[in-house]
Design a protein around this ligand. Structure first.
Ligand code: UD1
Ligand code: CA
Length: 463
């Protein structure tokens, strides 16, 4: 049996009022469509994403996710053209599903991000099933008609429903598993003879239910909630946040202020991690045991070891932070930063493609770019690697136990040997041998009494 997922993502999403296609709007940092794809089980015969509005952006995003290894199966796309309804979306997929040799089809919506992987796995294992919700206020959802034993008898869209049908509280969640031959046949018979003049997938599902038993699974409404507006997006984000925090709290993580802490779906936290208020962790972030992340810090695609102390208001992106390192407050670690164990990065220090070996320190006001700094070296306040000559980037290599005095500029490319000392205020333009002292300063001049003379002149002028 070959199960293929179809993900509907061609709609415009008018109510989002956005240039961005609806399925690319994020929930805790990950776009809705990525949530849906990542919930698919391993071992599917593929996933077909039906696109149209904002197609280029969706294709670009899919390619990036593919490169990043985030997709559980091969993903192809079909352009629906002008979307004429959910049934039409499936009709345009017929050649692609045939090409993939589908025997079973699982249909999901790209704008329904929070269906859990457990629910999707159950759906993928079902022969013929519909996911539904039991809502006190069923609103504009399609109504599910059931046989006395619960099996699907039919479906009717709210706009086409009779008052009696509108009173039904079991509604269609828009997710289905069906044998492909039966659905394929039903798609041929679709018409758009309804209130919205659309080709309804629900009509095809209802037709399949005439031929074979289709079960109805009632799900937690949170799992089937769609994103049609910014309000929905905020509600989904809050629901996802609750779900993710509940999970990590059970694993031994402290959230000092859960309501204002955002932890994305691809974050992994070890026990005794402590997150202060206003922390945001997005993308693939791994945080080791006992690490504390200070207030207002934003961490994206980074790995932090055990016992790291990130003080308040740090921004960390595509970086590796070793065990026991201290970072911040107000530090910025950019792409390609690698801090070994016990490194100290203090306030107003920016690093980029910088590798600091064990115990190295840069405690105040520095820019360290395209640099390697050896074990135990100390970078004084205000030290800058001048890594960019306007055209090319150059590297600064600093050995072990080097002392770089305050306000030094290191004009790269430059190599500083082990144990060297650089006097404060030096502009380094050439290599420094091991154990040498490097200095470049104009001699200091003291003119006795000149300050008071200047002051008295200043007074006279203002008088
Ligand atoms: C559909 C169901 C309704 C169900 C609801 C659940 C039909 C006819 N109705 O409603 O019973 O309660 O979902 O959310 O299926 N899309 C396309 N191409 C199209 C039309 C839609 O790709 O031509 C995509 C949309 O981008 C969206 C999804 O399909 O991701 C659902 O479409 P939407 O218009 O939101 O659903 P409804 O038709 O309102
Ligand atoms: Ca619609």
């Amino acid at each position: 049996m070959t199960t293929v997922a179809v993900i509907l993502a061609a709609g415009l999403g008018t109510r989002m009022r956005s240039r961005l296609p609806k399925v690319l709007h994020p929930v805790l940092g990950d776009p809705s469509l990525l949530w849906v794809l990542r919930a698919l089980p391993q071992g599917l015969g593929g996933a077909v994403v039906v696109v149209h509005h904002g197609k280029e952006l969706v294709l670009e995003a899919l390619a990036a996710w593919q490169r990043a290894g985030l997709l559980p199966c091969p993903v192809t796309t079909v352009d629906q053209g002008d979307p004429l309804g959910t049934g039409h979306a499936l009709q345009v997929c017929v050649p692609e599903l045939d090409r993939l040799g589908a025997s079973q089809v699982v249909i999901l919506c790209g704008d329904v991000p929070l269906t859990s992987s457990a629910t999707v796995a159950r759906l993928c294992a079902a022969e013929a099933r519909l996911l539904a919700m039991d809502l006190p206020n069923p609103g504009s959802y399609g109504r599910v008609l059931q046989h006395p034993d619960g099996r699907l008898a039919g479906m009717v869209e709210a706009k086409d429903a009779t008052p009696e049908q509108l009173a039904i509280k079991v509604v269609n969640g828009g997710a289905y598993a069906l044998p492909w031959p039966a659905l394929r046949k039903a798609l041929r018979g679709l018409t758009n003879d309804n209130a919205q003049k659309e080709y309804y997938l629900t009509d095809a599902v209802a037709a399949v239910a005439q031929a074979l038993p289709v079960t109805v699974e009632i799900c937690d409404p949170e799992e089937l909630a769609g994103m049609n507006s910014r309000q929905d997006q905020a509600n989904l984000q809050a629901a996802a946040q609750r779900r993710i925090q509940r999970h990590w709290m059970a694993e031994g993580v402290t959230f000092l202020h859960p309501d204002c802490t955002l932890v994305g779906p691809r974050v992994e936290l070890q026990r005794d991690v402590l997150l202060e208020p206003g922390v945001r962790l997005e993308g693939r972030v791994c945080v080791g045991e006992g690490t504390r992340i200070g207030q207002g810090s934003v961490i994206t695609d980074a790995t932090l070891g055990e016992g790291v102390d990130v003080r308040p208001y740090c921004v960390i992106q595509q970086a590796l932070v070793g065990a026991g390192a201290k970072v911040g407050p107000f530090a910025r670690l950019r792409e390609g930063t690698e801090l070994a164990e016990g490194v100290h990065i203090g306030n107003f220090v920016e690093t980029k493609k910088a590798r600091l070996h064990r115990g190295a320190k840069a405690n105040h006001l520095s820019y360290l770019g395209d640099a390697e700094i050896g074990e135990g070296s100390n970078i004084g306040a205000g030290v800058i690697t001048c890594n960019y000559d306007g055209v090319n980037k150059h590297r600064t290599l600093i050995g072990r136990n080097v002392f770089v005095g305050s306000d030094t500029q290191l004009v790269a490319p430059v190599v500083i040997g082990d144990g060297a000392m650089i006097g404060a205020g030096t502009t380094i333009t050439g290599d420094v041998p091991a154990d040498a002292l490097a200095l470049s300063r104009t001699p200091q001049v003291n003119r006795e009494g000149t300050a008071s003379r200047i002051r008295s002149r200043q007074k006279k002028r203002s008088g």
